[in-house]
Ligand binder design. Structure first.
Ligand code: F6R
Ligand code: MG
Ligand code: MG
Length: 362
């Protein structure tokens, strides 16, 4: 067994309360109970929370990434939560569990996952971002700002340990191939891809020393299932401080809410609102999209925290801006660019309408 710590964040929507808005407390209790009982021999620690209708399991252990035991524990946890959801007839109970049988690795089976393994530093501050009503591309813009934009991250300029920059690993979601860019040297090449956030997403970021700095979940659920099963509602792990961006540099991009794809029926652009965990209940037009930031200090794998970082009043103005943007965009109703382009919508009536009207096109 390695001396390294593995941090695994797994998430799934296995039933909404009410509609697609939140998770019933009994389901969260069930998750804690399962992890406590069935994880006692392999977990160092765990934390369970939710953002909107997604349950997020934060697990620490020494099994490494892609561990069969850890993935099957998470799968069992989501299954038990589904049972609880079914009894209460929660909405869409079990919706993200795409298979009846566990195959050994949770990837491709519905739940989202972000994992990293590292040697715990003298002090190990980490932030786990969790979002609802959006997709993995939502992290592109903030990750660019955190790790490559000196107007966001002054450490890139004045911290000798950060001055060499960071390496971005970008995944093409359609071809399923990875490409890496060293920044600042390849900034402009990087931006060609990151700007197309529905197709190219940041998978991982490394310091120039090779140390892992950030990992996102990149599942595109709609493609995985070959049918509509909801937006991917991604998670992102970022390590902070001591040669990595400071906590405040990591949170700073969210002070200016950017537009992301998701919201109602996974088919609209809207602002992503940074909120406290208790305010992560998307209601208006099933949104707008939410992001929470849970801060932990790791201590020999123990999760000290969380600190609910977006609860800070310093993000009140960002929330206000996001609400104004939401008002503005909602006035466009079913028109692009509030509604996503045809090929990006989660579902459409276009084929049926076309079929019915086909004789009328001259
Ligand atoms: C978006 C989302 C919701 C649903 C909407 C319709 O990611 O989950 O906006 O798409 O509430 O849901 P159904 O089709 O389940 O009635
Ligand atoms: Mg849902
Ligand atoms: Mg969700």
């Amino acid at each position: 067994m390695s001396t390294k710590i593995t941090l695994s964040v797994l998430k799934a929507d296995v039933g909404g309360f009410i509609g697609h808005g939140s998770v019933h407390p009994d389901m969260l209790e069930e998750a804690k109970k399962t992890l406590k009982q069935e994880g006692k021999d392999i977990l160092i620690d765990f934390n369970v929370t939710n953002v909107g209708d997604d349950i997020n399991l934060v697990l620490t252990h020494q099994e490494g990434i892609n561990s069969r035991d850890i993935h099957s524990l998470a799968w069992a946890t989501f299954l038990n939560c589904t049972e609880v959801a079914k009894k209460m007839k929660m909405y869409g109970a079990g919706q993200d569990l795409l298979s009846d049988a566990f195959s050994g690795n949770i990837k491709g089976m519905g739940p989202g996952i972000a994992e990293m393994e590292f040697e715990e530093r003298t002090s190990e501050p980490i932030i786990i971002f969790m979002a609802d009503k959006t997709e993995p591309g939502a992290w592109n813009l903030p990750l660019y700002k955190i790790f490559a934009d000196p107007f966001n991250t002054i450490g890139l300029v004045i911290d000798p340990k950060m001055h060499a920059g960071f390496v971005f690993e970008v995944l093409d979601l359609i071809e399923d191939i990875l490409v890496t860019f060293s920044c600042p040297e390849e900034l402009y090449d990087l931006l060609v891809f990151l700007g197309a956030s529905n197709r190219y997403v940041v998978k991982s970021i490394f310091a120039s020393s090779g140390e892992i700095a950030a990992v996102s979940s990149t599942q595109k659920l709609n493609q995985m299932a070959g049918r509509y099963v909801g937006k991917d509602d991604p998670v992102l792990i970022v390590r902070c401080q001591s040669g990595l961006p400071a906590v405040g540099e990591v949170l700073e991009p969210f002070a200016n809410p950017h537009l992301v794809a998701g919201w109602m029926r996974g088919s609209h652009y809207g602002p992503i609102i940074p909120v406290s965990q208790k305010n992560a209940v998307p209601t208006r037009f099933d949104g707008p999209p939410r992001v929470i930031a849970m801060g932990f200090q790791l201590a020999n794998g123990k999760l000290i925290g969380p600190q609910d970082l977006f609860a800070d009043v310093a993000f009140d103005r960002a929330r206000q801006t996001a609400l104004e943007v939401a008002d503005y965009m909602r006035k466009m109703g079913p028109f692009e660019p509030h509604r996503l382009p045809l090929d990006e919508m989660e579902y459409t009536t276009m084929p049926q309408v076309m079929e019915r009207l086909k004789g009328r096109f001259k």
